[in-house]
Design a protein around this ligand. Structure first.
Ligand SMILES: [Zn+2]
Ligand SMILES: [Zn+2]
Length: 372
């Protein structure tokens, strides 16, 4: 399929730090970059590292309200305060840190739209919960939402696909574009009956002209690769093809992986590879390969770098063996105090009849709302 992949990376991504006891650990982004490097996936022919820029205030205002942006600036200077009901504390320099996350995603948009790269990955991005007027769920500014509006205004795109496979519902993006027919938003997540943010049910299909262009697929806790892929394949490729996107954006939160500290799905690197591979093929088939990948959640440090390395290698078209380089394993132990993972890839998980039955029920329910 060809094409080059950009990895947006700066050590300054580590500045997005909500505190030493906070479950969102910025070190996961550095560990991802270092694992990708140690697997020798960055070589001039297939992939390069690009240094991100900061988003300007004007760009952040493409999605966020001015009053909220000013509040983030004030709290950022002061180095204290809560930006939502309690999960997202302000810290010194948080305005600059989150502007860099947004800037990296916008840089990814520019690299792809200019044709310099076919795909781009911002592992610090995917902050999909933030709302126009407030922070939410560890997310200060919503970089996927700003990216969508940036692509619409700067590049005049009219048909964008946003797929969100984070374990949590991408509510900030979904409701930010709920009535917008230029965005097909597909969101697979652990059901809001069990986890944050408690939204994203099959009857939410978009409003006005956008009816049928928002798909929510809530999954029961314990869903493994087999049932997940069945749901994905049944719904996603056909609807994406019918929509004929000009670009595909994928939020690839790694918290759907088995044994995540905050969520309860049972996915493996195998499923992430399959989903990214499918979206990658669709991008080449439908929109000259244009695909922007974001990180997202992911709270078990032994999993996140592996999931994102598999996703990145899939975009770059590189083959991966299962070994974890010794140097990276030592670094992992030193930085985290935890045991390093044994292999890069997991064995796929299967599903019992109960989970498969529950997922089938969700698909039937969704079909009635969409009259598929
Ligand atoms: Zn490609
Ligand atoms: Zn999440």
């Amino acid at each position: 399929m060809g094409g080059k992949t950009a990895l947006l990376y700066s050590e300054r991504f580590l500045d997005y730090n909500l505190g030493p006891l906070h479950p969102l650990r910025p070190i996961r982004v550095k560990l991802t970059h270092d694992l990708i490097q140690s697997k020798r996936l960055v070589n001039g022919n297939i992939a390069s590292i690009m240094t991100p820029r900061m988003a300007s205030e004007e760009e952040i205002l493409l999605f966020h309200e001015r009053e909220y942006v000013s509040l983030v600036q004030k709290y950022s200077e002061r180095g204290s305060g809560l930006l939502d009901a309690g999960d997202t504390p302000a810290f010194k320099g948080c305005f600059e840190a989150t502007s860099l996350v947004v800037g990296a995603s916008l840089e990814g948009c520019d690299e792809i739209m200019s044709g310099r790269f076919t795909h781009a990955f911002n592992p610090s991005g995917g902050l999909h919960h933030a709302r126009p007027e407030r922070a939410s769920g560890f997310c200060i500014f919503n970089d996927p939402a700003v990216s969508i509006n940036y692509l619409k205004t700067k590049y005049k795109l009219k048909r964008l696909v946003y797929l969100d496979i984070d374990a949590h519902h991408g509510d900030g993006v979904m409701y930010g574009f709920y009535n917008d027919p230029s965005v097909l938003d597909i969101d697979l997540h652990e059901s809001g009956k069990y986890i944050f943010p408690g939204t994203g049910f099959p009857d939410e299909i978009g409003g006005n002209e956008a009816r049928g262009l928002k798909l929510n697929i809530p999954l029961p806790p314990g869903t493994g690769d087999q049932a997940y892929m069945k749901a994905f394949r049944k719904l996603v490729p056909d609807i994406v093809r019918r929509f004929r996107p000009e670009i595909i954006l994928v939020q690839c939160g790694a918290d759907g992986h088995a044994e995540d500290r905050l969520a309860h799905l049972r996915l493996t690197t195998h499923m992430y590879g399959e989903v990214v591979s499918e979206m990658h093929s669709l991008a080449h088939e439908l929109c000259q390969g244009r695909l922007l990948l974001f990180g997202g959640g992911g709270y078990t440090l032994a999993n996140v770098p592996r999931v994102w390395t598999v996703a990145f290698a899939t975009l770059a078209g590189a083959r991966l063996d299962n070994t974890i380089p010794d140097g990276w394993s030592r670094e992992f132990s030193e930085l985290t105090g935890e045991d390093p993972p044994k292999g890069l890839q997991d064995e796929p998980t299967t599903d019992d009849l109960k989970t498969t039955g529950e997922v089938d029920k969700v698909l039937r329910e969704l079909a009635t709302y969409l009259s598929l």
